[in-house]
Ligand binder design. Sequence first.
Ligand code: SF4
Ligand code: SF4
Ligand code: SF4
Length: 310
Amino acid sequence: MNKKKNTSYIRLIIQILFLIMMPGLFTLIFGQLKQIYTASIKGNFELGRILPMSIEIFILIPLTIMFGRFFCGYICAFGTINDLIYKFSSNVLKIKFKINKRVDKFLKLIKYAVLLFIVIFIWTLGNKGLNGLNPWDAFAQIIQFPPSVQSILSLCVLILVLIGALFIERFFCRYLCPLGAFLSLIQVFRIVRISKNKSNCLNGCNLCSRSCSMGIDLEKIDRVDSIECIQCMNCSAGCLGNNAKVSIKSKTINEVAVMLIFVFTFIAFRGLAVSMINNNTSKIDTVSGATRTSVGIINAVADALKQAKK
Ligand code: SF4
Ligand code: SF4
Ligand code: SF4
């Protein structure tokens, strides 16, 4: 099996495992972000109260600052669903659609506007009437079975997202996801980098750009600094000239090792935080209505969803 296939199979296995085990993590984390934000602006942010019910976001923020958007590349269920839809459309339906680079760059800005919109109009001003416009509602409904369609508007967003995913890889992640926008903005001290010496590239190759899941143009660069990068490793693993490399603090590392570092660090920190909190308190989680030990993440997700809609 070649390096590209090997790496992409391992990534797919990781993604599917997270999709099965933690399908609601993206919704939970966005709900936690909302709680931290609203508690902060209302002046009632108490770390001791917020931390036990927001473990995931407290772990994800520092890890994203260091590792970049690995959550999007490996852990987020909706990212995986976008990948699966795109794989189906390109391999089975043979849909080949190419978006204009300029249009793609422009559309990528929409997700930052969506995040700003949610923060200002829904989280800050508490405009409940605008909840239907929140693509997160459509996002959450995809993993709920049977789907509870709350409004025609959010159903339209859902349909748009699904159709978009057939034509453009990671459609929702590229253009609409507010959590993706947030994670993009915080990865300031990224130590995991992909570099390629463009002068060593095979003439006219550009395979890395063509295989980039986020449509980042890699042709004229020596190092990937784009905040759109989700650390999927398609570019480095697929480089025919073995010219694109992934490194941690300038030390070249094998792609699979980096993937395992991403996911095991997240799992280890989360496990450690949950067990520390469980050791320190058996109090009922005021947000989820469930103890971390008893009911776990599914109820926490359901309640975080309710909170997010308030
Ligand atoms: S951009 Fe959003 S939907 Fe896509 S993988 Fe990241 S958090 Fe998930
Ligand atoms: S795939 Fe490798 S050789 Fe081809 S353009 Fe990218 S870095 Fe250069
Ligand atoms: S630059 Fe490479 S690692 Fe980043 S999203 Fe594109 S293909 Fe994936």
